[in-house]
Design a protein around this ligand. Structure first.
Ligand SMILES: *[C@@H]1O[C@H](CO)[C@@H](O)[C@H](O)[C@H]1NC(C)=O
Ligand SMILES: *[C@@H]1O[C@H](CO)[C@@H](O)[C@H](O)[C@H]1NC(C)=O
Length: 276
């Protein structure tokens, strides 16, 4: 979690933010806390306009955020393709208690926000969370993603600003060459199976995952565990092979038949043939 990874630099920034929040606190309390309907809609639809937000960054200047290239969504190797360090923590309306994991946003900052800004949209994937109260919409970006909003050669200059105003909008994800991947999680056993789902095109996340044991013809719901990880812990032992069925926000279902064998190995990728 981003909060646990506060570097000295981030702590100094937090202190600065605290001072700002304290100074504006009374006024902030009078503002309505609800997002307007149109803003919430455009957060979900792909045709919405740009929405103002605050951007900060964490981790190494040219890194993927967390030092272990992970984060609160459970994804690993976020420095490698397809995330390629273009990653971000979301605050509540973006991370959505894990439901926002894997969703894609364009981000940009304008010259009026900082002289180093290019204004050219860049795409980031939500891989982590930061609920520290900074703004209604807050992207705590990887150093790489924050710097990518700058004009050529001015990445460091922009990162030096620490916190800036920016804009964002939801976009469909597109992971060329990849199908949906399932990663059986460490600790899975006959009484508990936990699977991370990743690389969904379009939405980037799923709203439901169901499992079928050994071709029984019967789908059972899995439960969102945390981040992008879904689990089932039944009261009698599970029996493979397992088929997985995922549902996106539009209700479109995809089935990965017998994707996880009975003798699966935890911490292993089971790459499907399906994609949205
Ligand atoms: C917040 O949303 C609730 C439910 O939609 C609504 O009843 C309430 O009036 C809203 N408050 C403000 C300040 O917009
Ligand atoms: C769900 O999947 C279908 C089929 O690929 C796609 O057309 C649709 O846009 C997806 N819905 C969302 C909200 O991503």
């Amino acid at each position: 979690m981003a909060a646990a990874l506060f570097s000295f630099r981030a702590t100094a920034l937090a202190a600065l933010l605290l001072a700002v929040i304290a100074a504006c606190g009374a006024r902030a309390q009078q503002q309505p806390t609800n997002a307007s309907d149109s803003q919430e809609r455009s957060l979900l639809s792909y045709s919405g306009g740009w929405i103002p937000a605050k951007a900060t960054w964490y981790g190494a200047p040219t890194g993927a955020g967390p030092d272990d290239n992970g984060g609160a969504c459970g994804f690993k190797h976020t420095n490698q393709y397809p995330f390629s360090s273009m990653t971000s923590c979301g605050n509540e309306p973006i991370f959505k208690d894990g439901k926002g994991c894997g969703s894609c946003y364009q981000i940009r900052c304008l010259k009026s926000n900082h002289p180093a800004c290019s204004g050219v949209p860049q795409t980031v994937v939500i891989t982590d969370m930061n609920y520290y109260p900074v703004a209604k919409y807050h992207f705590d970006l990887s150093g790489t993603a924050f710097g990518s909003m700058a004009n050529y050669g001015l990445n460091d200059k922009l990162r030096h600003a620490g916190i800036i105003d920016m804009q964002f909008r939801r976009v469909p994800c597109n992971f060329p060459g990849l199908t949906i991947n399932f990663v059986v999680q460490h600790g899975s056993n006959p009484m508990y199976l936990a699977v991370l789902v990743e690389f969904e095109d379009k939405d980037g996340d799923v709203v439901q995952v169901d499992i079928m044991q050994h071709n029984s013809g019967h789908w059972e719901p899995m439960h969102e565990s945390w981040g992008s990880i879904w689990r089932i812990d039944p009261n009698r032992p599970l029996k493979g092979p397992y088929s997985l069925r995922i549902t996106n926000e539009s209700g479109k279902q995809l089935v990965a038949k017998n994707i996880i064998p009975d003798n699966y190995i935890p911490n292993t990728n089971y790459r499907s043939y399906v994609q949205y």
